[in-house]
Design a protein around this ligand. Structure first.
Ligand SMILES: Cc1cc2nc3c(=O)[nH]c(=O)nc-3n(C[C@H](O)[C@H](O)[C@H](O)COP(=O)(O)OP(=O)(O)OC[C@H]3O[C@@H](n4cnc5c(N)ncnc54)[C@H](O)[C@@H]3O)c2cc1C
Length: 469
């Protein structure tokens, strides 16, 4: 009788999980396992919102496993300690898992592999979370890409692996183990309201993809920047936790494009998945970037010295700029923020308020359901101007101009800011021009023109060229 363990990580699904299918073929008994590793990320351990998602996602995965005659075991501890103990208790010969590419996760994986080897147990890893392989997705000269378009073009030329497999109909029964069910700690009542907006799990992820393909994909290029509309897929938390894989999405989108002839809508959407690949590519090759700028000149950048109050006003959605406050309210209420608004809120924090981008990245990390170390790092560094962007610092988004362009009727800001409900149309974007005192909404916390000039002045003081060293 061959005994194995399948260690679920950020691949919380049964379909398009080739290694799970392999494990099911090779083992007579298989333990499906999730390890809650409190030490995994230290500073970047899952944030509060992510833990809400994870808890529900594991419950959903367990239901799927039950349907196939098995169940999920959840343990807590370091994988390099938990797994060897289990292997010894069970007499398991193999442990299977899919790779993660965050720096701490890579260390955990290396340590686990070494510990298993000492026991003579085979550890086998596969890939399920990306279309590309970060280890081997560099330029022909071996160095990593720093420019998105070159990266994505090369990846598309090389061809993407789109072999999608269905979920196994049955899985081998689990071994007999003394029950050690642990509940993950939930982040308190704040997260209760997320269930009004989201349903974690593999089936909900597939439904969301289907619905987006039917209703949203054809109009994606024209709608994706307008936060009042449901114009994007909202697949990000599902993708982050691996409830759906990028191969499944690409295959479904390409099939739709072939049938509908709408190649350019499909291309525009797939390009966003390309950004996700690029973010992981950068994080793999520059593992220090969650804390340090990719462009090292920015280590000498003069951020505001005393920014505590500004940061608090931003976090509390009390900046006095409706599009920014609406975005931060959306985040607090739903655990998600529209991409266009992420850009505007991040630009305001780093450029108008001169708060270091790492502060914003930490806030997003704690409050986003899709908090993802690669995507969040890329997003913040791109906006702050210290990441992979060719003309970075000059891009300072004016929140009023952006709001009038991307929320032309003011619907988005009125949805999240009840104080502005009486201001019609575009007027909601500049309440200080109407009678602001009667709206119970704060006045703008800074002058946009002066703070923009201050930011540009500080940028000009940076050494001119060269990104790293
Ligand atoms: C400051 C900032 C922080 C961000 N933090 C995160 C984060 O923690 N987690 C996260 O998943 N995304 C992050 N993003 C990227 C982007 O905002 C979200 O992926 C997107 O809003 C998710 O909504 P969607 O699924 O409807 O996107 P869609 O437009 O439907 O895109 C489909 C998928 O492509 C990927 N994607 C889209 N845009 C980007 C992008 N710019 N970079 C990388 N991947 C992208 C996502 O996985 C997304 O689910 C951040 C962006 C900024 C500007």
């Amino acid at each position: 009788m061959s005994m194995g363990v399948f260690w679920f990580r950020r691949d919380l699904r049964l379909a398009d999980n080739p290694l799970l299918a392999k494990a099911a073929n090779e083992c007579d008994r298989l333990l499906p396992l999730y390890i809650d590793d409190p030490g995994e990320g230290t500073e970047w351990a899952e944030g509060a919102a992510s833990r809400w998602w994870l808890q529900h996602s594991l419950a959903s995965l367990n239901r799927e496993l039950n349907r196939r005659g098995t169940r999920l075991s959840v343990r807590r501890g370091r994988p390099s300690e938990v797994l060897p103990k289990l292997v010894q208790t069970l007499g398991a010969e193999r442990v299977y898992w899919n790779c993660r590419y965050e720096p701490q996760a890579l260390v955990a994986e290396r340590n686990t592999l070494a510990a298993l080897r000492l026991l003579g147990c085979r550890g086998e890893s596969g890939r399920a979370s990306l279309l590309t392989i970060p280890e081997s997705s560099g330029k022909p000269d071996g160095t990593p890409y720093r420019v998105f378009t070159a990266f994505w073009r090369a990846r598309q030329r090389a061809g993407l692996d789109l072999d999608v497999r269905p979920a196994p109909a049955r899985l081998p029964p689990p071994p007999h183990l003394p029950d050690e069910v642990i509940d993950l700690p939930l982040p308190g009542q704040w997260s209760d309201k997320f269930s009004a907006h989201w349903e974690p799990g593999e089936r909900p992820a597939e439904r969301r993809l289907q619905q987006f393909i039917e209703d949203g994909l054809g109009v994606y290029p024209g709608c994706r920047d307008f936060p009042a509309r449901a114009g994007t897929s909202r697949l990000s938390p599902h993708l982050h936790f691996g409830e759906i894989g990028p191969r499944q999405i690409v295959a479904a989108v390409q099939a739709w494009a072939a049938e509908s002839g709408q190649e350019s809508a499909a291309e525009s959407f797939l390009r966003q998945l390309g950004w996700r690949e690029f973010a992981h590519h950068l994080l793999y090759h520059f593992p220090e970037t969650p804390n340090r700028p990719l462009d090292l000149r920015f280590e000498r950048f003069r951020w505001a010295s005393d920014y505590g109050k500004s940061l608090t006003a931003w976090r509390r959605a009390e900046t006095g700029f409706p599009i920014i406050d609406a975005g931060l309210r959306e985040l607090w209420e739903t655990g998600w923020m529209h991409n266009r608004v992420r850009l505007i809120t991040a630009s305001f924090l780093t450029k108008n308020l001169l708060v270091p981008w790492q502060e914003g990245a930490h806030w997003f990390w704690d409050t986003l359901l899709d908090a993802d170390l690669a995507n969040n790092t890329l997003g913040w560094q791109w906006v702050a101007g210290c990441g992979a962007d060719a003309a970075p610092w000059f891009r300072i988004f004016n929140p009023v101009v952006q709001a009038e362009r991307f929320d032309p009727q003011g619907d988005y800001v009125r949805r999240w800011l009840p104080a502005l409900r009486r201001l019609e149309g575009k007027k909601a974007h500049q309440p200080w021009k109407s009678d602001c005192s009667r709206t119970n909404y704060p006045p703008p916390m800074v002058d946009l023109k002066t703070t923009r000039e201050r930011a540009l002045l500080r940028f000009r003081k940076l050494p001119k060229r060269g990104t790293r060293n």
